[in-house]
Design a protein around this ligand. Structure first.
Ligand SMILES: Nc1ncnc2c1ncn2[C@@H]1O[C@H](COP(=O)(O)OP(=O)(O)OP(=O)(O)O)[C@@H](O)[C@H]1O
Ligand SMILES: [Mg+2]
Ligand SMILES: [Zn+2]
Length: 264
């Protein structure tokens, strides 16, 4: 690796088109088409397996809301302005730019609601191009049903009043109380295909100045169950174990995969 940054953070997509599932994916297409047509939702329930890009997708919507680029693309954030960079680098500290992110675990719904209220009234439209703000409630499924219901009012009333999109990231089969789920646009992010993972892994290896063969990328992707976060972790280990600094060697790939399997 050229530096010590974790590959997962370094290559977290800064544009929708960098999501491994691709712009043709029905869920990503539904999101980008709504942005391009300026269709506004008050709330979105984003379901998907662990590590497949839910938080990343929510942050992309946050970047888009925060973007100050004068020549804004139809649906992409620019990725380079102060607003976009703030969401990418300090996602939990970007309320000024119109993006707030909360991990709902360990904070009472009352405290979260109070923080949401102070943050959405603090956010100024400033140089932002879009008027809508984004609030992500990450791991929302970890709240018990009675606590989930406490967000109905804030999503419905305050969301409308302050022109805010709430994004609730949840596990694929999590139980979400009907009062919440009925108020949300439902989106499901699938795991990428092995072919998509292989392409992704080889692009990242190349960006790191390493050659990764198709077969070894296939082994990394399959061992990680096609979960982007997991196969990027394996690639990082394989690079670390590799004796050659231009090639990700077969031996290092096997060692990384064996370690994952022996750790369960
Ligand atoms: N769809 C994707 N395309 C490209 N990279 C991805 C994708 N999904 C995940 N990654 C990589 O994995 C990392 C973690 O992704 P992210 O936090 O978005 O997953 P998540 O679905 O929110 O996980 P969890 O279910 O555990 O909350 C990202 O920083 C990125 O490097
Ligand atoms: Mg997440
Ligand atoms: Zn921008």
């Amino acid at each position: 690796m050229k530096d010590n940054v974790d590959l997962r953070s370094k290559y977290r997509p800064a544009k929708f088109r960098h999501l491994v599932q691709g712009l043709h994916d029905p869920t990503i297409q539904a999101i980008t088409t709504a942005l391009a047509r300026r269709i506004r939702f008050q709330a979105m329930l984003l379901r998907g397996p662990y590590g497949d890009g839910k938080t990343t997708t929510a942050r992309l919507l946050g970047q888009r809301a925060s973007c100050t680029c004068q020549e804004l693309h139809a649906f992409e954030p620019c990725g380079g302005c102060g607003g976009c960079r703030s969401v990418m680098i300090h996602p939990c500290d970007s309320e000024y730019w119109g993006y707030s992110e909360f991990d709902v675990q360990g904070i009472s719904p009352r405290d979260i609601t109070a923080r949401i209220m102070s943050e959405i009234s603090y956010a100024k439209s400033g140089a932002r191009i879009m008027s809508q703000r984004v609030v992500t409630l990450d791991e929302f499924h970890r709240l018990p049903g009675k606590d989930q219901e406490k967000f109905v009012k804030v999503i419905e009333d305050k969301g409308r009043e302050h022109n805010t999109l709430f994004i609730l990231c949840v596990a694929p089969d999590a139980t979400i109380c009907p009062a919440i789920s009925q108020r949300c646009a439902q989106r499901r992010l699938r795991l990428p295909s092995i072919k998509e993972c292989i392409r992704h892994l080889r692009v990242i290896a190349r960006a790191e100045g390493r050659v990764l063969t198709h077969e070894d990328a296939d082994l990394l992707a399959s061992t990680a169950g096609a979960v982007p976060r997991a196969y990027l972790g394996l690639l990082q280990d394989a690079i670390l174990f590799s004796s050659n600094d231009r090639i990700v060697t077969r031996e290092s790939v096997i060692t990384a995969c064996d370690m994952l399997c022996s750790n369960g």
